[in-house]
Design a protein around this ligand. Structure first.
Ligand code: SF4
Ligand code: SF4
Length: 227
């Protein structure tokens, strides 16, 4: 089997077809300086996300085939080979301030926990950043992850100050998303990021924000609605 890893082709003579195992095999037998992320090896830690034939995947959960091409996650600075710098994401999270603002006294039921269970189970793999066409052209965009995190807190009954979270995600935020759904397709945790952003847009309107993409203009025509 032949695979291309970051512009270099490797001939692999092994029956193993799990991508993370193949990367380990290449490192042991052909290129001991090959750099890639690896942690739990069971799809939980999110540290082995890469791009396979243009689509974000967890290496530990991916079966590789002849002529596959493996490249690092997109839209993130590459440190070496398949390892990317994800420090920017922490800064975006901070700007979005997507965390508990003010603790309420509300009692939490199992149903309340279920409502934000998926969002709470993000594995921080960064695949959504890599797939997002808005983040690709606007690195100030708060990003799929920060927005789905914001949603997790506005739906949390323990959050008393929902307005402050909503106010914080307006600049380069909730209305900058084109709702393309790419992030949903690659998220290994199955989070409906696009759906969360749509709900955040609705909530933003409820709190008095407007979608800046809907420009108001005067047509100069009289439709007879004026008093
Ligand atoms: S739905 Fe929005 S956040 Fe998700 S990839 Fe598309 S533009 Fe980015
Ligand atoms: S939201 Fe999904 S794709 Fe984005 S970092 Fe979390 S698990 Fe990965």
């Amino acid at each position: 089997m032949q695979v291309k890893i970051c512009e270099t082709s490797y001939n692999i003579e092994t029956k193993v077809d799990n991508l993370l195992a193949v990367l380990g095999h290449i490192k042991q037998t052909q290129n001991n300086s090959l750099a890639f992320g690896s942690g739990c090896r069971s799809g939980i830690c999110g540290s082995c996300a890469v791009v396979v034939n243009g689509v974000e995947k967890l290496a530990c959960k991916t079966t590789i085939k002849d002529n596959d091409e493996v490249t690092p996650l997109k839209n993130l600075p590459v440190i070496k080979d398949l390892v990317v710098d994800n420090s920017k994401q922490h800064k975006l999270l901070k700007i979005a301030n997507a965390q508990l603002q003010e603790l309420s006294d509300e009692k939490i039921s199992n149903a309340d926990v279920d409502k934000i269970d998926k969002e709470s189970n993000c594995i921080l793999c960064n695949s959504c950043y890599s797939s997002c066409p808005v983040y690709e052209v606007n690195d100030k965009f708060l990003s799929p992850f920060a927005l789905t995190r914001a949603y997790r807190y506005i739906e949390d009954k323990k959050e008393k100050d929902v307005k402050s979270i909503i106010d914080n995600i307006q600049d380069n935020g909730v209305f900058s998303c084109t709702l393309c759904g790419n992030c949903n397709m690659v998220c290994p945790a199955g989070i409906d990021i696009k759906g969360d952003i749509m709900k955040l847009q609705n909530k933003s309107v409820q709190f008095g924000h407007t979608n800046p993409n809907f420009a108001t203009f005067d047509t100069g025509m009289d439709f007879g609605f004026n008093p």
